[in-house]
Design a protein around this ligand. Structure first.
Ligand code: NDP
Length: 254
């Protein structure tokens, strides 16, 4: 009962971007288990996530949307409000990584990473933030950062990714202050190295170099992020705002 009062999300509607696989999929199932109705904003088909949630008695559906396209996001927000009545929580998670040295990467690749990881987060937060302000909803927006937004791994071939995630962390702090009087909280989640399809694409050379540097001696699992997101989404984090919650097996401590 106490845990339900502190962390329960029954009656809340949570949007999860990029929820078709990886961290988004696992966190979406966790939010549903905590009681939220989950709406997956997905560029590719996310019916597997919807099936997973429904098979465990939760409520979910997907809305197809590319987070870099402002008009599509605005339409997805409208559709969600029409179907679910409101939006209380956003896990603004969709992102990409291109592992290339700065000289080898093209300017188009730099723009693609910044456009998805930073502008995409901005477009979704702006569209849903505007909806929350207009409808006086005291919501929680959780933006996906990364430990790479604060530190630089060695060896390093992802300057665009690091720059985009540093931007997400500071954007989250900026929005937290800008929207505090509306009762909207904006926080950032910054995981370390987590086992997902994205990290599976990391060149073996980088994996071999990074894993021994993790004080926890292993990668994290997406399941180990569920509690952090539920905390930030729930009323129990009412005084946690503009925070960058790092979940990295102590990687950034050393
Ligand atoms: P995955 O590659 O497994 O999943 C990324 C998801 O984002 C996919 O569902 C993908 O959809 C979606 N996506 C990408 N671009 C868009 C877009 N333009 N519009 C809508 N959806 C899009 O990655 P992870 O689960 O590992 O990563 C999720 C987030 O966590 C990312 O922001 C990542 O930077 C961050 N992160 C990951 C870490 C890790 O070690 N894995 C560590 C720290 C942060 P599609 O199938 O269509 O491509």
């Amino acid at each position: 009962m106490f845990v339900e009062e502190m962390f329960g999300l029954t009656g809340k509607v949570a949007v999860v971007t990029g929820g078709g696989r990886g961290i988004g999929q696992v966190v979406a199932t966790g939010l549903a288990k905590a009681g939220a109705e989950v709406v997956i904003f997905a560029r590719s088909d996310a019916s597997k996530t919807v099936e997973l949630i429904e098979s465990e008695g939760g409520k979910a559906y997907q809305v197809r949307v590319d987070v870099t396209k402002e008009e599509e996001v605005d339409l997805a927000v409208k559709e969600t409000v029409k179907r679910s009545g409101k939006i209380d929580i956003v896990f603004n998670n969709a992102g990409i990584c291109i592992h290339k040295g700065t000289v080898e990467a093209s300017i188009a690749e730099w723009k693609e990473v910044l456009n998805t990881n930073l502008t995409g987060i901005y477009i979704v937060a702006r569209s849903i933030g505007r909806y929350m302000i207009e409808n006086k909803i005291k919501g929680s927006i959780i933006n996906m950062g990364s430990m790479s937004g604060g530190i630089v791994n060695i060896p390093q071939w992802q300057a665009s990714y690091n720059a985009s995630k540093a931007g997400v962390i500071h954007l989250s702090k900026s929005l937290a202050v800008e929207w505090v009087d509306y009762g909207i909280r904006v926080n950032c989640l910054s995981p370390g190295y987590i086992g997902t399809p994205m990290s599976a694409d990391t060149p073996q050379e980088l994996k071999d170099a990074w894993i021994p540097l993790i004080p926890a001696h292993r990668m994290g699992t997406p399941e180990e992020l569920i509690g952090a997101v539920i905390y930030l989404a729930s009323d129990s984090s009412g005084y946690t705002n503009g925070c960058d919650l790092i979940v990295d097996g102590a990687y950034t401590c050393v």
